[in-house]
Design a protein. Sequence first.
Lengths: 388, 388
Amino acid sequence: MSLILTFLGKGGTGRTTVAIAAAKKLALQGKKVLLATQDTSPAFGLLLGATLSSEPQELSPNLYGVQFQTSLLLERSWEDVKNLEAQYLRMPLIKEVYGQELGVLPGMDSALALNEIREYDKSGKYDAIVYDGIGDQNTLRMLGMPEILSWYLRRFQTIFSNSDLGKTLLPFLQPIASAVLNISLTPENLSQSNKATNLLEEGKKAIADPHRVAVYLVTTGDPSSIATAKYFWGSAQQVGLTVGGVILNQAILPDTVVAEIAENLEQVYEKFDRESAITNTVTSEFAPLKISNIPNRVGEDWQPLIDALPDFRQAAMVPKPMEIDLAAKQVKLFLPGFDKKHVKLTQHGPEVTVEAGDQRHNIELPPQLSGQSVRGAKFQNSYLILSF
Amino acid sequence: MSLILTFLGKGGTGRTTVAIAAAKKLALQGKKVLLATQDTSPAFGLLLGATLSSEPQELSPNLYGVQFQTSLLLERSWEDVKNLEAQYLRMPLIKEVYGQELGVLPGMDSALALNEIREYDKSGKYDAIVYDGIGDQNTLRMLGMPEILSWYLRRFQTIFSNSDLGKTLLPFLQPIASAVLNISLTPENLSQSNKATNLLEEGKKAIADPHRVAVYLVTTGDPSSIATAKYFWGSAQQVGLTVGGVILNQAILPDTVVAEIAENLEQVYEKFDRESAITNTVTSEFAPLKISNIPNRVGEDWQPLIDALPDFRQAAMVPKPMEIDLAAKQVKLFLPGFDKKHVKLTQHGPEVTVEAGDQRHNIELPPQLSGQSVRGAKFQNSYLILSF
């Protein structure tokens, strides 16, 4: 059993920095620590100084890091489900659907991450698991799952056991439940003492036990960070979680302080040649997009900020996500921010699947290209160009 | 039809501030604007200077604000589903389950919010809807739903129409699909031209049309904010979204600048009597929790930060979320950060439901209290005390 530790607080309060420092601290204390992040953007790796993958890797003595990639986790679960289905149903329905095609829907990130945490916990390999989630409402919804799902199970149990429909449904619900929760939903499972209930009860017990799952709040001195942290404090209790303490990050300046020292900052900024250096970097990183520079908002005067915003009606004047050239038999996908090594192309089912940024996009081809194999793919100036 | 506008960027880059300013800007241009937030924490209201509710309210000429509260949206959908069920099934199964009891599971926030946006769009009342989501991965998952769900529908359609199971399942899938998507899933709906497919096709078309849905990136000059914004840029293309431009927020200092001006800041901080004022505020706001003050991290030296963190093994020494006093027939729930007016107590089904922070907690009572009515409830020193 591991100590599972996570941090709640407003975005930008330094939660991720604190999570990394906490993992380092526990590792220095001699604990074997798994630092798990759900952030698939490059920000986590930049902060950590290492690139994580979907398998745990050693970062320093006692410290391991892993990145939960929902599309991969979904693929793995799906293969398990297909095996189960083939085993239990005479006519497997889903064998023609490939895990590599499955797109990620809302909720899957949390459900699959919770299952991963449970499995790493059960593996007995780690004394502590430090989890860095995406958005804190998500972390709360995730950790609330055992309690809420067991309520749904409890409440619908009678309904199910009293209906013929219930029995008919099981073969279908089985794959869904297994994919999402990694549990088997058999008729016995819908009665009191069963695997699904046990699993949820175990989860509830772990979450309610502060020796097993603990949350710390992270805040800056800013009133809105403080208010948000307080809100998460109460919200954590709502799902039975224990908040162990508060981490006050004074490295980040409260808005009020920033406003008061705005004059001083102007001088400081000059020293760093702000306008030229930063704007130039951003302009080149995001070409061909237009960059709008916004100023500091002082007090209640929103006007300078409003004036600096772009004309939102001009949004359409940028490259389109997808262009199809039927004459050349080409499909061009605009994928800025990625390069060749981030993009994976598969063609398992009837459609072409493009995987990037922990998302899957199944391309609906025009009739002229539909069903044809991809003959070539190249990555050029932020475009993925597929030739048929 | 409205222009739907949203902002993607790393937490703490000022996304919400920009969303509010954008709504104000469009309203000043004479557009009728709905500013919709999914943030149920007090941070949004503090920034806006107004408290939003689940019904749109006028904030200033042309500017309306609404807060999506998932538990309420779920309740509303559920009642619709029950009505549908009663209409179509001879033996309604779910009539005994009350909308007010339903807990929120991962994914419901996004699914219900997307449906709300769709309905406000369809209402024709607003020229623009500015949406402020919770966490950006969520916003992308949400806006990716039409495309990904229509893929699932397309892919599983053949499987369904070829199986008897498909037909048996419909009466059950109907309520689920309706609750989540507000669509009816009838046998006809599983064929080509039907309501569900149309709805998803409409959604896909809207999301792919930059005159209808546009996203702007928000970043500071910080390398990790820039990297995250670039990541979201590519990720947005993956779901067919158009990124219209970049908003560079130079009001927030990049980490590198903060590190370099750390010396100057020390002097500035002294002026604001930092240690005493801020720490005292935070200490009193979060009593009885322990406050750990963490310093600025300069460069690659994590040690001062690690040293300042609390001993995470002490997490358990705080009030428990729930205490049961059988002798006094009392249940005490620790709900800091909320007060009486934030907490709603209902007893529709066999259990007591506590609603706070856009979450629902169905209390599993010990056998001695189970089934009894709540005789009294009071809120005292962050505790909700229920007497039976």
